[in-house]
Design a protein around this ligand. Structure first.
Ligand code: SAJ
Length: 402
């Protein structure tokens, strides 16, 4: 039996996937409300294909509880927040989960850590906890790689990395993941597995920063950044990502900082890239100001931000560019801008709308912060508005870009 610890964005789909492929799974989370919701037969966040997977896993007998189980295999997928000032990862939840696992597990159990951690965390923070307990366990790091918005597909198809001290243990864990994973599974050591995960996200962050920098250069001299990137990407060895209003989510906007935090004098390109991405919401705010002036719009209360999530078609707002932009605005003692997001039912920010038509009624300038499918299906409603499109998706004439 596998005990999955932490039933969030990674733990839940992983537990469901194992269970629906015939593995006996018990999911544990310390949040009783979350466990109650799952027990009542409801998923806790929206994701393509998650509900079907959930129903399949329930039919296979998956159980949810707040209690750690006595077993020989654990998957730890708890959050690893980072400290905004020191830029260092906080392994507190991982340490606590491992400590509790050690109180329950059988001798010789395998503890698989899926949470993203900064390279070296296992040596520095996890091994001492194991040594202290006196228990002999096999430690494995199998960092998750799935992208919100396409998690179920990617769980099935992505290649994976398994880091283990002992090759035979790594191969056993590989066999476990092979129960559902159709991608290639590489077995390596723990340190390498830790580093690859952070490097993958850093690569993407640096590439996005490059695109954002190009957007600023092109804006400065009246060039079309999208056309330039499109043509450059026709070169067989060039693949530039897209500029945008900033970088959000709990991965690409966070993980590269681990390297900057741990190697401040070495991680120069990464540091600059992160600063570029982090200053992108302020850059958009500046564009809003320019466009208002150009159109004689004097009232910031008539400016609306479309989208609150960190990217399209997910309901996750963590570190979202819209939240970053609002924070930046607040620091300038300005009144909050109006916000609408079709995927966010709860009130999260001060001037938030839940009806698209009412939102449009109350604004003259619409800033497309997130390219949800919903706005792509409603261009007609935006006719007559001044539009700042941060993603180059709007076909209406006269649309502004970043
Ligand atoms: N973004 C851009 N321009 C682009 C692509 C993305 O500005 O061309 C922005 C998005 O709008 C978003 C942010 O970057 O705000 C991050 O979005 P994303 O779709 O690039 O990635 P995440 O954070 O949802 O998921 C990433 C993935 N990592 C990589 O692709 C290397 C995923 O595979 C990881 O599992 C995930 O991080 C994680 O949990 O680490």
């Amino acid at each position: 039996m596998i005990n999955v610890i932490g039933l969030g964005y990674i733990g839940l789909p992983t537990a469901l996937m194992l269970s629906s492929h015939g593995v006996e799974v018990i999911g544990t989370d310390y949040n009783k409300e979350l466990v109650d919701t799952l027990r009542a037969g409801k998923t806790t966040f929206k994701e393509k294909g998650l509900e079907e997977l959930f129903n399949q896993a329930v039919r296979q007998g998956i159980r949810f509880t707040t209690q750690y189980q006595k077993t020989d295999t654990y998957i730890v997928s708890v959050p690893t927040p980072y400290d905004k000032f020191s830029k260092k990862v906080d392994p507190g939840y991982v340490i606590k989960a491992v400590r509790t696992v050690l109180e329950h597990c059988t001798d010789g159990a395998t503890v698989i850590i899926e949470s993203t951690i900064s390279p070296g965390t296992i040596d520095k923070s996890v091994r001492p906890v194991i040594a202290e307990s006196g228990k002999a366990v096999n430690l494995v790091h199998a960092p998750e790689r799935i992208i919100p918005g396409n998690m179920v597909y990617e769980l099935l198809h992505n290649n994976r990395t398994i880091g283990a001290d002992d090759r035979a243990v790594g191969e056993r864990v590989k066999a476990l993941y092979s129960s559902f994973c159709q991608g290639e599974i590489v077995v390596t050591d723990i340190r390498t597995a830790e580093m690859t995960k952070v490097v993958e996200n850093t690569f993407r962050a640096v590439n996005i920063a490059f695109a954002n920098e190009l957007a600023r250069i092109c804006r400065h001299d009246g060039m079309d950044v999208y056309e330039i990137i499109r043509i450059c990407n026709m070169h067989p060895r060039v693949n530039i990502l897209q500029p945008g209003p900033g970088v959000g989510g709990h991965c690409i906007s966070v993980d590269p900082w681990f390297l900057v935090g741990d190697y401040p004098s070495l991680a120069k390109v990464i540091d600059e890239s992160m600063k570029t991405n982090d200053s992108q919401p302020a850059y958009v705010l500046n564009r809003i100001h320019e466009i208002m002036k150009e159109n004689g719009l004097g009232d910031t209360r008539r400016v609306g931000l479309y989208g609150l999530t960190y990217k399209e078609n997910v309901d996750d707002v963590r570190e979202s560019p819209t939240l970053q932009l609002l924070e930046c605005q607040e620091r300038h003692l300005a009144e909050p801008l109006k916000v609408y997001d079709p995927l966010i039912g709860k009130d999260i920010v001060p001037d938030q709308y839940h009806d698209f038509d009412a939102f449009l009624e109350d604004v003259d300038l619409v800033v497309i912060m997130v390219k949800h499918d919903q706005i792509r299906q409603n261009w007609d409603k935006l006719r007559g508005k001044v539009i700042l499109d941060c993603h180059n998706i709007c076909p209406l004439p006269g649309t502004y870009h970043i």
